[in-house]
Design a protein around this ligand. Structure first.
Ligand code: GDD
Ligand code: MG
Length: 526
């Protein structure tokens, strides 16, 4: 399994590390004493008792090391200046709902200074006021930030009028509209807000508001930036997804540093089965390495980041289905018969998966394992269950086109083995029906899994649940007329706060006088 790992949280000056046996040598480093060491010098380092250690050293051939990624140096330090430059173009969206403002403040304190903070709240009204007070205080030293509430009627009207009405619903018992409840919906509001108000932010990241270790948040943001910096296909749209070192649980008064969250265990497994089915259905064989693999390890990655263009281009799912559905959406766009196949295969070999957005741009997905344990609000079993069920629903109800009867596409002939005109039509039919059967088998297996894991009261009505829930899938945010959205939100907003963003003025009092320029003599990025 290929996964990029954080080796050191702060690796210093930015000189790539030397890797023994690698063609990748340190830039600008002096070989010095080290280059004059020969084997006997190394022998001196070990006593007889260290036989095992020496065997280990001699057995290790970097060529055989699965962690060595094509196109990416095996071990590399990202220069601080490069990280800072990316972080300075990043907006970090923090969806929150009912967290203690002190906890949220802890999260904000971990977000590097260059990043724009975007708090999207769905807390109840009075709590939002406290959150904003906390944000104002936190940003008092000229920190740029945005805050908005998901019930903002102006934002809802703007979505409704300018291209994304699906995101909006009537308030129960009221006459006005609001943005639907759900984490995914809050994230979409955040994406639209950044794209409309701060268009120069090229990257958008998501960090939960209930993380209780600020240092972890800091590592996540820097890992996002490192992922963008490491992209071996510069210029491609990129998604960086994090896998935590551990997700600790307290059991019998002791902390158990368990590696994989309960929902992730299930969702990763089924996403990998989906990938495997796609590999089986791929006539070119370019996805062969994905068959029976465990390559997807970040199916539920709440902490992830994207190039803004990608965030605007993807269809997104509601609530907690948003992260697993990213994979389903990208796999749906994967066209193994053409240029994307080469990207996919190369990307797979290098430790990330690739897909295509509808405008046919290749997409690189970087999966990174961070170092800090991930501590957050404890959730109960039914919450976890509904989370993995909605992940399975993303797969079950939205099989990618190549496995789906109604949308199965006929493959184009492979350049190396062009089928004869007479044989092509029947072989394509056979291919389509086999792919369909694979898709149906996967769906059947998901139903079996649900039946095996059935619990009393699986839904509030106590009905037997035969199928996983069908996620609501929203069109890409790109569909929104951003100018119209911005002007309506600017003029009619009820809950929007813009702190220290001198380029964007609100006509009504929520604006806080920009102090950045006076204090620092420079203008922050938009
Ligand atoms: N704006 C907004 N609106 N935020 C919300 C909403 C909403 O309707 N619902 C939840 N949130 C916020 C929470 O306040 C929290 O900061 C974040 O979204 C994650 O919600 P949790 O309820 O803490 O989710 P979780 O910890 O069970 O799951 C997290 O990790 C999973 C991976 O293990 C989420 O990030 C999942 O999306 C992720 O799959
Ligand atoms: Mg949480």
């Amino acid at each position: 399994m290929h996964l990029i790992e954080v080796l050191e949280l702060d690796a210093g000056s930015g000189i790539p590390l030397e890797t023994v046996g690698s063609a990748y040598t340190p830039q600008g480093s002096e070989q010095g004493d080290e280059s004059s060491l020969d084997d006997s010098d190394y022998d001196d380092l070990f006593s007889d008792e260290d036989e095992d250690m020496r065997d280990l050293e001699s057995d290790t051939d970097p060529e055989d090391d699965e962690s060595v990624l094509d196109g990416v140096p095996p071990e590399v330090t990202i220069p601080q200046a490069q990280l800072d430059s990316i972080l300075g173009q990043m907006a970090v969206i923090v969806p929150c709902k009912g967290e203690d403002p002190n906890t949220i403040e802890g999260v904000l304190s971990g977000i590097p200074r260059g990043c724009l903070i975007v708090l999207v709240s769905n807390s109840e009204g009075r709590a939002y006021r406290k959150e904003v007070m906390m944000l104002r205080k936190f940003c008092r030293h000229a920190r740029p930030a945005l805050a908005i509430h998901q019930s903002d009627a102006a934002a809802a009207a703007a979505f409704n009028m300018y291209g994304l009405p699906d995101l909006v619903t009537h308030v129960a018992g009221g006459s006005h509209k609001r943005i639907r409840n759900g984490k995914g919906e809050g994230m979409m509001l955040g994406i639209a807000l950044v794209a409309a108000l701060c268009p120069q932010r090229r990257y958008v990241a998501f960090v939960d508001a209930d993380i209780t270790v600020p240092g972890a948040v800091n590592e996540y943001c820097r890992a996002f930036a490192a992922g963008f910096a490491l992209n071996p296909n510069p210029g491609t749209e990129t998604m960086v997804r994090l896998r935590w070192a551990s997700k600790p649980k307290v059991r019998n008064g002791e902390i158990d540093y368990t590696c994989e969250g309960r929902s992730s265990q299930v969702v990763n497994r089924w996403l990998n089965k989906l990938l495997s089915a796609m590999a089986d259905a791929d006539p070119t064989g370019s996805l062969a390495a994905a068959r029976d693999s465990e390559i997807i390890v970040t199916g539920n990655a709440g902490e992830h980041a994207m190039t803004m263009d990608l965030a605007l281009s993807l269809r997104l799912a509601n609530g907690y289905a948003i992260e697993p559905f990213h994979f389903v959406e990208l796999l749906d766009q994967l066209a193994p018969q053409n240029a994307a196949a080469a990207t996919a295969a190369a990307a797979h070999a290098a430790g990330y998966n690739a897909g295509r957005v509808p405008n046919l741009q290749p997409v690189t997905i970087m999966q990174i394992r961070t170092r800090n344990p991930h501590f957050h609000r404890v959730t109960d079993d039914s919450h976890v269950r509904s989370m993995w069920a909605s992940g399975l629903g993303s797969i079950y109800h939205h099989l990618p086109a190549s496995l789906n009867s109604s949308t199965t596409q006929t493959p184009s002939p492979q350049p190396s083995l062009p089928p004869s005109p007479s044989s092509s039509s029947s072989s394509l039919t056979a291919f389509s029906s086999k792919s369909f059967a694979r898709g149906e088998k996967l769906r059947g297996d998901i139903l079996d899994f649900l039946a095996d894991n059935h619990e009393e009261n699986d839904n509030s009505k106590g009905e037997l649940v035969h199928e996983p829930p069908r996620p609501r899938i929203y069109p890409p945010v790109r569909q929104l007329d951003l100018d119209g959205f911005r002007e309506m939100v600017r003029s009619e907003h009820k809950t929007l706060y813009c702190l220290n963003l001198p380029h964007f003025k609100l006509p009504r009092p929520n604006t806080i006088a920009p102090v950045y320029h006076h204090q620092y003599g420079v203008t922050p990025p938009l």
